[in-house]
Design a protein around this ligand. Structure first.
Ligand code: IPE
Ligand code: IPE
Ligand code: MG
Length: 244
């Protein structure tokens, strides 16, 4: 294990968990077995992040593009989602974790929507780690939904409470308040497993100045040691935010 004393723990860690399918393939197993293992890794990562004192952990569970996978795989992911929502409620209660979901939940079956609402409601008062799961999430979709609501407010709100001032200009802060991540700090560190060097439509607005760490480790193999390696690397980066 890395020695984390004297290291800055990033306040918000975002993860693109990738490589479940490849993990299964290497073992001659169906892809869904990789997803099952991947869910276990998510559970463990929540506990580790809470222990390390990370404030926000945001993981990409299902993208707006993942509906293009086979009906069999999408169905299996939905079943896993149902099962792990129940387990997550227990883990969240045991670890003082607050759970939030970002993404457009309206596309899910009613029982899943109710499960998501329940998870959020029952963990609202928890004061430890905030665990955010991105489901039916896409960065572009999030921005378009934000703009849609902004335009609705422009029509419905009285002039003085509308984010549009007389000049029809809004600030970045006002816009960010319409995103699913409203009220959350931007990620400090983005981790992508399984070696792919792309964002895959994840947190496009929020990642503007995030440090990126990519590991070849496949998501089901991710563990505390891997997370600590990413944090050590993060501490070796110079965050400049455009300054010289
Ligand atoms: C990530 O693993 C999980 C989801 C996208 C739901 P993948 O299923 O993308 O695994 P690979 O990329 O095919 O190995
Ligand atoms: C990104 O992984 C989405 C999630 C982790 C949920 P993908 O496996 O779907 O991304 P691509 O297709 O490799 O870009
Ligand atoms: Mg993938």
């Amino acid at each position: 294990m890395a020695d984390l004393t004297n290291l800055v723990i990033p306040r918000h860690v975002a993860i693109i968990l990738d490589g479940n399918g490849r993990w299964a393939k290497r073992r001659g197993l169906p892809r869904t077995m990789g997803h099952r293992e991947g869910c276990k890794t998510v559970e463990k990562t929540v506990e580790i992040a809470a222990r390390l004192g990370i404030d926000y952990l945001t993981v990409y569970g299902f993208s707006t593009e993942n509906w293009k996978r086979s009906a069999e795989e999408v169905g299996a992911l939905m079943q896993l989602f149902r099962y792990y929502m129940v387990r997550l409620l227990k883990i969240a209660k045991e670890n003082n974790v607050q759970v939030k979901m970002i993404g457009d939940r309206r596309r899910f079956d009613q029982d899943i929507i109710e499960g998501i609402n329940r998870l959020e409601e029952e963990t609202r008062g928890n004061t430890g780690l905030t665990f955010v799961i991105a489901v039916n999430y896409g960065g572009r979709d999030e921005i378009v939904r934000a703009v849609t609501r902004l335009l609705q407010d422009q029509e419905n709100l009285p002039e003085r409470s509308s984010p549009w001032s007389g000049e029809r200009r809004i600030t970045e802060e006002q816009f960010a308040a319409y995103l699913d991540t409203a009220g959350m700090p931007d990620p400090d560190l983005l981790i992508r497993t399984s070696g792919e060097l792309r964002l895959s439509n994840y947190l496009l607005w929020q990642l503007a100045y995030t440090e990126i760490y990519v590991t070849d480790c496949l998501w089901p193999d991710f563990n505390q040691e891997e997370l600590e390696k990413a944090i050590v690397q993060y501490n070796n980066r110079e965050r400049r935010f455009g300054k010289a």
